[in-house]
Design a protein around this ligand. Structure first.
Ligand code: ATR
Length: 283
């Protein structure tokens, strides 16, 4: 009997990662034999953990906080979308080095446009944050056809750097957090900050929300998404979406890269959503 191919997600903290559960479900659904584990690694251990994984026959890794930029930096080759993000969440061992991809932005757009049937084209979009999560989704939001992408970050220099890297000065521009009141209203607001992990309330102006058709998205899920989504509903957003669908879709993109098959994400998403709802009710 041949040993199943090895895959894993690496991050810190990693104990609560849903990726092993998602990839196991995809493997069952597609009949592909694999193992997929979670590996905890501190930043200083990252390179050594990857070397050990390859030495043990590992083929592919998902990379999550806080390693996505580091992962990209050690790739011998990378997709344009990983280069645009300067961050990789999907590593594939080629035999001589790592190939890097970033499936986060594609996962987000697929969740919003195909599962939820939102049309992103022509929307004026506010992107809050300029860290790894924001960099992963920004190029794909432009590709999806938003009319403007206004990037606002607590540390203004990071927003400037992100917009410079996007290379579309006519559509993607940085603005100051202190000027949020003066930016007008938006048809889409994406929270890519870790604000919700630190604070129970987000003090954003309600005037950011275009009445009747604003889509609010938090890239995180569970407890971390609660403050922003509560704000979005109170502010009158037409829809307020967490990052659970994006998580499942980015995993499907990684799965397709590794195994050449796109899994049906519907059943896994439905199961995780039911679990998340049950946990929220139990709180
Ligand atoms: P990630 O990979 O999740 O993006 P990150 O690179 O550490 O992680 O970025 C966290 C983001 O949340 C940054 O945009 C950060 O702003 P700074 O660049 O100014 O640090 C933002 N953030 C974190 N705490 C915040 C807070 N209390 N208010 C506003 N933004 C915050």
């Amino acid at each position: 009997m041949t040993t199943p191919a090895r895959y894993a997600v690496v991050g810190r903290p990693i104990a609560h990662s849903l990726s092993p559960r998602i990839h196991a479900a995809f493997a069952r659904e597609t009949g592909i034999a694999l193992t997929y584990t979670a590996i905890e690694a501190a930043p200083e251990e990252f390179e050594a953990v990857l070397a050990a994984f390859v030495a043990e026959g590992g083929r592919g890794l998902n990379v999550t906080l806080p390693h996505k930029e580091r992962a990209f930096a050690l790739c011998a080759e990378a997709t344009p979308r990983a280069r645009a993000a300067g961050a990789a969440n999907t590593l594939t061992w080629t035999g001589g080095g790592w190939h890097g991809d970033n499936t986060d932005g594609a996962g987000l757009v697929r969740d919003l446009t195909e599962r939820r049937r939102h049309d992103l084209r022509g929307r004026r979009c506010l992107l809050l944050g300029a860290g790894g999560a924001a960099r992963g989704v920004a190029p794909l939001l432009l590709d999806a056809g938003v009319s403007e992408l206004i990037v606002v970050n607590r540390t203004a220099e990071r927003a400037d750097a992100l917009c410079l890297a996007l290379g579309e000065p006519a559509r993607a521009r940085a603005r100051y957090w202190d000027d949020l009141d003066a930016l007008g209203d938006f048809g889409m607001i994406v929270n890519a900050t870790s604000l919700g992990r630190e604070q129970s309330r987000v003090g954003l102006p309600f005037g950011l929300v275009a009445p009747g058709h604003c889509l609010a998205v938090d890239l995180s899920y569970g407890e971390a998404a609660v403050p922003f989504l509560a704000w979005a509903r109170a502010a009158g957003c037409a829809d307020a979406v967490d990052g659970l669908g994006m998580l499942v879709e980015q995993a499907a993109e990684s799965f397709q890269r590794w195994h050449g098959v796109r899994p049906d994400t519907g059943p896994v998403y439905a199961a995780l959503r039911a679990r998340a709802d049950a946990l929220a009710t139990a709180d």
